[in-house]
Design a protein around this ligand. Structure first.
Ligand code: MN
Length: 187
């Protein structure tokens, strides 16, 4: 998995950053100084000329920046702390959550992501196409806690077309401490 992750990080994530910077290079200084979260949650206000580039490459940068700290080698196991309780409260049990999340990730058509998001005190599973981010507006009632990249570039080198095997391996890579930190910051 290491080489797969290395190429994913250096080449794919790197390209999103490079292309976002290119898209913003000639933009209004006001836009250049706006935070990425804000740009991505107010895409309609951007000039049409850069809107798609910011959506795709800014979204790619945003999503991957979240993704890497969610992972840690040889972690996995079951979550602890408040997140464990919130998962039980929202899904009934950890194994039900795992099953629903894996199912959603396996069923994403084409490229995209599956997320565990906090919607108030309730956790839920959502999928986003392409590099769309799991936050719909500035007030951001939904906050991503955990996500899995199911673009082919994230698993093809090691698993070829076998996305379900990659999704299974993902459960052993989750940094639950980070997920707990994000959850704690919401409360
Ligand atoms: Mn990716």
């Amino acid at each position: 998995m290491l080489l797969t992750m290395q190429i994913h990080h250096d080449k794919h994530h790197g390209a999103y950053v490079e292309n976002l910077n290119k898209a913003l290079a000639d933009a209004d200084p006001m836009i250049q100084q706006t935070s990425l979260d804000h740009l991505l949650t107010t895409l309609d206000e951007l000039p049409e000329k850069i809107r798609t580039a910011v959506r795709n490459n800014g979204g790619g940068h945003y999503n991957h920046s979240l993704f890497w700290p969610m992972l840690r080698k040889n972690q996995g196991g079951t979550p602890s702390g408040d997140v464990a309780k919130a998962i039980d409260d929202s899904f009934g049990s950890y194994s039900t959550f795992q099953q629903q999340f894996s199912d959603a990730a396996t069923k994403v058509f084409g490229s995209g992501w599956t997320w565990l998001v906090a919607d108030g005190s309730k956790l839920k599973i959502v999928s986003t196409p392409n590099q769309d981010i799991p936050i719909s507006n500035c007030i951001a009632p939904e906050v991503p806690m955990l996500g899995i990249d199911v673009w082919e570039h994230s698993y093809y080198l090691k698993y070829q077309n076998r996305r379900p095997e990659y999704v299974t391996a993902f459960w052993n890579l989750i940094n639950w401490d980070f997920v707990n930190e994000r959850y704690a910051r919401l409360r």
